[in-house]
Design a binder for this molecule. Structure first.
Ligand code: PLP
Length: 421
């Protein structure tokens, strides 16, 4: 491990929280080089919804590789790309009454966000993007300008502009409907807030602390976008691909965004792939206006197609995500109750947060959990929320084992910080 301190930049992050060599992985278990088994409740920050090295998906890509089919082809036409678009259109979109064109951006979520913001500004001729408190959209300059976290904003080193932040659902507690405030200032010619090119929202804020927007609020936000002639963009990079139970995180509210941003789990295998879904009427791009060397990598498109074919052709997978999510929530609620209900449990589907209120508690708990063989990460503005993001395919035995390790780690932490008499 020491070599990483000299060879790799100081910028490395996760190898500090989880200081060991990971050599192999399958499903929700990672193996360390010294033979430890670690349960993964982080799933590549949501890039591994179908688990590590999912064997069904792996079969599709090994076959593709063995056949010498085109892996890198810039954005040239390939059968693999056509198959992905056709499969996604018929299995995911048509079933949900949605119709989109596909834009393959550079492979990061941040690059897809850049493309969505550029396109909105181009379509509307306006600059201002509405984003939300505690929102996270990636760390390239355009994307970080729309992200709330001060630590990340400061690291950009330049002034970030073109974005106005509005209070997310629940920002002032349950009594205040922040959509009312937003509608008022966006429709008021004298509010000082420029007409928006787009409203960019996450239906559950992943990095921001697992903050959940309710259905009516999201519907209001979409309506406000219409009323102000702004595009409505849902960033489904982390909460899409089944994380909240349905394929898209906004389905439960019946939304129809102008642009949907997908990345993280869309390839199904942890391969880098980002996709914008754009309504035909806003597809105002000139050829090559947003380009890049690595767009729509064919290997990732093959794994993405396999994931859809395996998991999304019927309701069974979605139902199991809901069931597992409920089990997780009951268990986390019970843990909170054990400690006098002083912790808040939030989330939807299999994206859950356990708000420790204090970063110190969350940090020590995650640290202890790793010693017990569990990977959990923290989120929220100061890292005070423990984030539960296991693979959607996790078996119940591994899930319960992980939750027990968390429960013990929390109890030990609380006892250490405020020892029982
Ligand atoms: C991770 C994430 C991004 C950025 O994706 P990268 O691939 O890390 O650039 C954008 N939006 C949301 C909601 C994310 O969770």
């Amino acid at each position: 491990m020491q070599a990483f301190g000299t060879l790799e930049s100081n910028v490395r992050l996760y190898s500090r929280s989880f200081p060991t060599f990971f050599s192999r992985a399958r499903g929700s278990i990672m193996l360390t080089e010294d033979g430890r088994k670690v349960i993964d409740f982080f799933a590549g920050a949501g890039a591994l919804n179908y688990g590590h090295n999912n064997h069904g998906i792996k079969a599709a890509i090994t076959e593709y590789l063995a056949s010498d089919a085109v892996v890198h082809g810039l954005d040239m036409a390939t059968p693999a790309k056509l198959k992905f678009m056709e499969t996604f259109s018929s299995v995911i979109l048509r079933e949900r009454g949605l119709k989109y064109r596909f834009q393959f951006t550079g492979p990061t979520g941040a690059n897809a966000i850049e493309a969505a913001l550029k396109l909105s500004r181009k379509v509307t001729g306006r600059q201002n993007i509405i984003s939300f408190t505690h929102g996270y959209h990636g760390l390239s300059l355009g994307a970080v300008a729309a992200s709330g976290n001060r630590f990340h904003r400061k690291a950009s080193g330049v002034s970030l502009s073109g974005v106005t932040f509005m209070p997310y659902d629940g920002y002032f507690g349950p009594a205040v409907d922040t959509a009312d405030y937003m509608r008022k200032v966006l429709l008021d010619m004298g509010s000082g807030i420029d007409s928006p090119a787009a409203i960019l929202v996450e239906s559950v804020q992943g990095e921001g602390g697992i903050n959940v927007a309710n259905k009516e609020w999201l519907q209001s936000i979409q309506a406000i976008a219409k009323e102000t002639d702004a595009l409505f963009i849902v960033d489904d990079v982390q909460m899409g691909c089944g994380r909240t139970g349905e394929f898209f995180s906004f389905e439960f509210a019946g939304l129809s965004p102008d642009i949907v941003v997908l990345s993280k789990s869309v390839s199904g295998y942890g391969l880098p792939l980002s996709v914008l879904l754009i309504k035909e009427e806003v597809d105002a791009w000139q050829p090559g206006e947003h380009t890049g060397t690595f767009r729509g990598n064919n290997l990732a498109l093959v794994s993405a197609t396999a994931a859809i074919n395996i998991y999304w052709r019927n309701q069974i997978f979605s139902q199991s995500v809901h069931r597992t999510g409920e089990l997780m929530r009951r268990r986390l609620d019970a843990i909170s109750l054990k400690h006098g209900n002083s912790f808040a449990v939030r989330g939807r589907g299999m994206a859950l947060g356990f708000d420790c209120q204090m970063a110190e508690i969350a940090e020590a708990t995650a640290h202890t959990a790793f010693e017990k063989g569990l990977i959990i990460e923290r989120c929220g503005p100061v890292g005070q929320v423990i984030k539960f993001l296991p693979a959607l395919t996790i078996d119940s035995e591994t899930l319960i084992q992980g939750l027990e390790a968390f429960e013990e780690s929390l109890a030990e932490t609380l006892n250490k910080l405020a020892p029982l008499p």
